[in-house]
Design a binder for this molecule. Structure first.
Ligand SMILES: [Zn+2]
Length: 414
């Protein structure tokens, strides 16, 4: 794809706004130093963001002997962003101000068998209506909605190309959502969303190379390489959950055998438990959340079956994460999503030991393995940043006309 001058301007504007959100208040000089852009370019971009009322002037700071420097800060009330985390067992929706503080949240359970696209869209529309009502904001202030859906996603067309856990193939998800939702919509997947959330606000902040391991029903790895999100040529990078860890192993939804996901995703962990202790009271058939919760309580109570299941799961994770450490030489590996959050430090401690047994010493010595420190749903946060990026794309240059959003209610011209 050719990068146009407009793409570059949007990227620069986004980078400047990202810095201001991360570090408010700040000066144009500090922004130039942090982004590597010239002071003149930063001044122009700051002017545009002031015109858009996304940032405000907040006074001056003394600069040793020189002219006082004007300070700018994000204008938190200058707009609202919505992040949607569609997972196999729930839909979370959070509404943020422009400083990315959560103003409202809603959750819908997705029960087994409720995975038809229209059912999922119904949950999203209900939760979205709830957060807008709770926050008591005018719809016009919502700049956009970022939607994360598991599996392979075509961002340009808004199509969920393949979601193995639901057997979705080429579902026109954005078109279906557009029938219920009037705001500009931006689609991507949880690997991308988690990685951006860690890069902006979490364990990857200020770090150039990070791997965010997403442990939920499905699993995958969000990749931050050279300070930026790595998407690959067709937005499919990081499908680590469907790499082979056991030759001729368990059958995976994707059709292959022995994928990482079949041993460390929530259904895989349930199978680890069932194989160890078929009649365990920790096992809640058909209920992933209840089983993982029970395992977590079991570990805290030193239940030998729970301890063994977590250790076995960590052995697979350790081998798989060691591959990521050897391949990408990251500064940090972040364990994210609900399974990691529920099993917590006891899982991480086992994983650290297991990774150390498999990874090469040199990359291992440079890597920290941590739980995501983000207190809310990182996928909603990351998805909201996609909406912010989209909103910046949809406005023209300073004093120019507003242009059509990249993706809005009406289909873009082809
Ligand atoms: Zn697979």
């Amino acid at each position: 794809m050719k990068r146009t001058s407009r793409d570059i301007r949007t990227a620069n504007r986004y980078e400047v706004l990202r810095q201001i959100i991360a570090e408010s208040p700040t000066s144009r000089q500090e922004l130039a130093a942090a982004t590597g852009l010239s002071l003149a370019t930063v001044a122009t971009l700051v002017g545009e963001l002031l015109d858009l009322r996304m940032i405000t002037e907040v006074g001056f700071e003394d600069s040793a002997g020189g002219r006082p420097r004007g300070l700018v800060a994000v204008n938190a009330s200058g707009g609202a962003l919505i992040g949607v985390d569609i997972a196999e067992t729930y839909v979370h929706v959070e509404l943020f101000d422009l400083a990315l503080n959560v103003l409202a949240r809603a959750e819908e359970d997705v029960r087994p068998g409720e995975s038809r696209p229209e059912q999922v869209v119904g949950h999203v529309a209900a939760a979205l209506g709830s957060v807008v009502a709770q926050a008591g904001i005018e719809g016009a202030r919502v700049l956009g909605v970022g939607v994360s859906v598991p599996g392979q996603v075509d961002r340009a067309t808004g199509i969920s190309e393949y979601a193995p856990n639901w057997d979705w193939h080429d579902v026109p998800l954005l078109d279906l959502l557009t029938e219920h939702i009037a705001y500009p919509l931006y689609l991507d997947n949880p690997l991308r969303a988690c990685a951006v959330a860690e890069l902006w606000f979490g364990a990857a902040r200020g770090r150039g190379n990070a791997v965010v391991v997403n442990l939920g029903t499905g699993v995958g790895a969000g990749l931050v390489l050279g300070g930026a999100l790595h998407r690959g040529v067709s937005n499919s990078a990081g499908e680590w959950g469907h790499t082979t860890i056991v030759l001729d192993g368990r059958l995976c939804h994707c059709g292959n055998h022995g994928c990482v996901e079949t041993y460390v995703g929530a259904p895989g962990i349930m199978l680890n438990l069932r194989e160890l202790s078929p009649r365990s009271t920790l096992l809640h058939p058909e209920d992933q959340t209840a089983t993982i919760d029970a395992l977590s309580r079991g570990v805290l109570a030193q239940d030998p079956v729970a301890l063994k299941v977590v250790r076995d799961t960590a052995r697979y994770l350790g081998a798989g994460i060691a591959d990521l450490v050897n391949l990408f030489n990251p500064e940090v590996v972040v364990l994210s999503s609900w399974v990691a959050a529920t099993l917590g430090e006891p899982l991480v401690a086992e994983v650290r030991e297991a990774v150390a047994r498999h990874a090469l010493p040199r990359p291992m010595a440079a890597t920290e393995i941590v739980l995501s420190p983000i207190p809310t749903d990182p996928v909603c946060l990351g998805a909201a940043t996609f909406a912010l990026e989209g909103a910046l794309q949809s406005v023209g240059p300073r004093n120019g006309k507003r242009t059509t959003p990249a993706r809005s209610r009406t289909a873009p011209p082809s």
